[in-house]
Write a protein that binds this ligand. Sequence first.
Ligand code: DX5
Ligand code: ZN
Length: 218
Amino acid sequence: MIKIAPSILAADFGKLVEEVKDVEKAGADLIHVDVMDGHFVPNISFGSIAMDAIRPHTELPLDVHLMIENPDQYIEQFAKAGAAYITVHVEACRHLHRTIQLIRSYGVKPGVVLNPHTPIETIKHVLEDIDMVLFMTVNPGFGGQKFIHSVVPKIKELSDIIKEKNLDVAIEIDGGVNAETIVPCAQAGATIFVAGSAIFGKEDRTAALKAIKEAGEA
Ligand code: DX5
Ligand code: ZN
């Protein structure tokens, strides 16, 4: 079962609510919310105010990807804005376990994100405490970048560990996902896929979403 999480980073912000409703109708499973602070990544996007705008207009769970320094300071704010998942970068967390506990204390599902070069060893000791691992398949900061294929073996390696330990941890992929790049990632064991430009960049969102999902399920 493949789940698709369109990223509102690629949506038309002049009609954000309509855009979200459109991808919900098209069959999206989650809405991916990309938060960038201009420090952890070389770009600034938006904060929880964007979630306040869309939360009353969609039934879908909000999947909040924090690309920010010092995430602990903002977790309460994103939890209260209605996040279902909050994922934090291992590269930005000095006390990763504490951050995970903080997310869970608000009843939100915690996840950890790895940049393309970051080894899975960095999260080995928190696997039992999280609901999701998000693999970046581009360097975070911008939509529309090219998928980095060298991440695929890492996905497979983690998927094998999760199976072996019989853990309930989902693997999500973010960056350059389309109907081609989803295939090796799904084969390696990923089940949740973020797609920005490959969905919001297309006129017919239903067709775009269906094509990506079917390619992943094939
Ligand atoms: C990148 C973001 C991604 C991005 C995906 O920093 O985390 O979620 O919006 O966009 P595409 O699918 O266009 O690569
Ligand atoms: Zn993201």
